[in-house]
Design a protein around this ligand. Sequence first.
Ligand code: NAP
Length: 295
Amino acid sequence: MTEPIFQRLTLIGMGLIGSSLSRRAKQSGAIAREVVACDLSADACERVRLLGIAHHVEPDAALAVQGADGVVLCVPVGVLGEVAARIMPHLAPGAILSDVGSTKQSMLREIEPILRRDVALVPGHPLAGTEYSGPDAGFSTLFENRWCLLTPPDGTDRGAVARIGAMWVACGARVREMDAAHHDRVLAIVSHLPHLLAFTICGTADDLADETRGEVLEFAASGFRDFTRIAASDPVMWRDIFLNNREALLEMLARFTEDAQAMARAIRWGDDAFIVDKIERGRAIRRSLIELNQA
Ligand code: NAP
């Protein structure tokens, strides 16, 4: 059998993403000889032990990374810097440090200044997820046929980038490299703004008078129901994403607000061609997603 990509892979944060990666790595054998799971929460560690989805469970991050040639941070983006600072002195020389965080410039801002010269940093972001969190929410096929974006800073060791890429390919994902700033702009429109809209629309519905609110829940048509699924996502994770991708998200929100105003104007003045054109463009995007197998 060919050698696995890592001898010892440590995953810090055993939520939806960390536990999915752990399950896949433990099942496949091609990713790592040993998988070490670490989480701040004693409950999460206990669940990982009971589920048997890692070879070892170590709650102390400094101990968990010892001897690991690969470390992936799977914690909310708001604590990435703090966790990286905690483990940095304990990383093995030559180790590769990666993450799965949804914002990439903030990650580089936090970690590059404290990065050891003998450690390679390969930031990553798998575009896969559900509205559930915690170790029980994960599943080994989560990343299949999904993209994983890597944003290595200039000068990163190419061998390290190739190994993190190979790890995601072994999870069934497709890998693409891009610049961190570009990543944050793209994700602001395809993921962060839709979540902002979902949280806002659910908040608006909840603010309505009691009687109407009851009816919103009782008669929720598919449009509102789809928003509630997105709005069920983890509050800590999404607070951190909004605050760590502030510039790109506010820029996309400003553009969206202008476009929404244009739609409002078309409705007010009965501009049916404008309205139909917008709806046609939405339908075309949906068809393209289905054709690309991303629906
Ligand atoms: P999650 O299910 O909430 O899991 C995060 C885990 O990290 C929790 O078990 C949490 O423990 C633990 N944690 C928090 N602070 C920690 C620390 N200082 N040290 C060790 N463990 C710590 O979240 P997730 O959905 O897996 O998201 C994890 C990362 O993946 C985030 O950066 C997110 O941006 C990214 N991501 C998420 C998705 C998605 O759709 N969910 C998709 C792509 C990328 P507690 O529960 O005790 O806080």
